[in-house]
Design a protein around this ligand. Structure first.
Ligand code: PLP
Length: 452
């Protein structure tokens, strides 16, 4: 840090500050983790300096032999770890991985047949009329994904996101009574809508998905099944999700981030069946800029870590701890969406405490507990203030927390929320963002959190 401080002390200060904050608080954001020193150190290396557009052994720049080495290692670890036929490890993030996947599916299912019909090998060889027809065909494709308030992700076809502009989109929700995915309703919707892409995966759904049923539905309507396992990749890697809960054998294309439950560097990855490999590999330069050699190297290190037996123990502990957390909350009267969990997160409905998600998130933060507000199904407070708090176990499990510690975490959370009341804005009127939490409760909770 001294080397950094000599150039820009404020950056060194922020790095120290982040470490101190992470040590002093309980990190319960379901999408965060603690990467290992080996992963972190790999990112701060000279591999960052190299340009390497293209893919392994097929680059637009000279001198890429070391990038070839790390990209090959990362891809080989990924295919071995997940049992996938092909891995593309260049995406800079989960969103980029989804864009590469959408592009690959469109290239395979829309562009390739259009080229074949026109007797052309490349889009540049198409006549102006054929090119116009192809561009129109791109704009006519449909995607079906999980709704945002049921736990889907913005990149699954929602209007504000680029995916919503690429596709005509519809979304499936969850059963209003149970909060669980309703496969029969989804099947009916797919039959009627006939999407090119059926998207499965979530950011805030606290349950496993049956990918065998998803594939059956996709096959029935001629859709490509794309699974976004960004949140639960660690549970797949650690063989907690097996059989019909493991997406790899069922999905044509699977995307993920590498930094959530998988515990690697920030980044993304696409795993796919062989038939999609060439289209997916064109991610750079058709969708992505030059790959990040230092991050691909760190992905190789993280994936090597995830292939060790200790990672399977970690993944099982993540799931066991989520159950301990859910039980601890339920025992203390909390209301959970779907009534519990069988993955790495719980979604706490905070309306019984008279709070919005925003108020609950802020009160917990004041008490040293870091979560994020989240919509619940049919949320009365909308996507900004929300009515829920999403709580995940991957990070604190890395710190060594077990069921007893997570029960104590549940006690602290319920203690804070029960002591919090909604507050008023500067104009004296009730505000969905303001809250009041007695200082002694915040202080006591922070002290208890630091002790854990
Ligand atoms: N997909 C899912 C399901 C996610 O939950 C997220 C991030 O939260 C992403 C994709 C995007 O990941 P990134 O932030 O790395 O772009």
């Amino acid at each position: 840090l001294d080397v950094i401080a000599e150039v820009e002390p404020a950056v060194a200060g922020a790095i120290r500050g982040e470490l101190a904050d992470q040590r002093a608080s309980l990190k319960l954001i379901a999408s965060e983790n603690y990467a290992s020193p080996a992963v972190l150190l790999t990112m701060g290396t000279w591999l960052s300096d190299k340009y390497a557009e293209g893919t392994i052994g097929h680059r637009f720049y000279a001198g890429c032999q070391n990038i070839d080495t790390v990209e090959r290692l990362a891809a080989d670890h990924a295919t071995a770890l997940f049992g996938a036929q092909h891995a593309y490890v260049q995406p800079h993030s989960g969103i980029d991985a989804n864009l590469v996947a959408f592009w690959g599916i469109l290239a395979q299912r829309v562009e390739a047949p259009a080229l074949a019909a026109a007797g052309a090998r490349h889009v540049n060889d198409l006549s102006e009329d054929d090119w116009e027809r192809l561009r129109r065909a791109f704009g006519e494709q449909r995607a079906l994904g999980m709704s945002l308030d049921a736990g889907g992700h913005l990149t699954h076809g929602f209007r504000p996101n680029i995916s919503g502009k690429m596709f005509h989109q519809r979304s499936y929700g969850t059963d209003p009574n149970t909060g669980l995915l309703d496969y029969a309703a989804l099947r009916d919707m797919a039959r009627e809508f006939r999407p090119l892409v059926l998207i499965a995966g979530y950011s805030a759904y606290p349950r496993r998905i049956n990918f065998a049923i998803m594939r059956e539905i996709a096959d029935e309507v001629g859709a490509t099944l794309m699974v976004d396992m960004a949140h639960f990749a660690g549970l797949v890697a650690g063989k907690v999700f097996t059989g019909e809960h493991d997406p790899i054998p069922y999905a044509h294309v699977t995307t993920t981030t590498t930094h959530k439950s998988l515990r690697g560097p920030r980044g993304g990855m696409v795993l796919c069946q062989r038939e999609f490999a060439d289209s997916i590999d064109r991610g750079c330069p058709m969708v992505l800029g030059g790959p990040l050699g230092h991050v691909m190297a760190a992905k190789a290190v993280a994936l090597a870590e995830a292939r060790r037996p200790a990672f399977a123990d970690y993944a099982q502990a993540v799931a066991d701890n989520a159950i301990a957390l859910a039980d601890g909350l339920l025992r203390r009267g909390a209301r959970l969406v779907t009534g519990g969990t069988d993955n790495h997160l719980v979604l706490l409905d905070v309306t019984p405490y008279g709070l919005t998600g925003r108020q609950a998130e802020s009160a917990l933060l004041d008490a040293g507990i870091v979560t994020n507000r989240n919509s619940i199904p049919r949320d009365p407070n909308g996507a900004w203030y929300t009515s829920g708090v999403r709580i995940g176990t991957p990070a604190l499990t890395t710190r060594g927390f077990g069921p007893a510690e997570f029960d104590r975490v549940a006690e602290l959370i319920v203690g804070v929320l029960s002591a919090t009341s909604p507050g008023a804005g500067a104009d004296g009127r009730p505000s969905p963002a303001r809250f009041e939490l007695p200082e002694n409760v915040a202080d006591k909770t922070r002290a208890a959190a630091a002790e854990l």
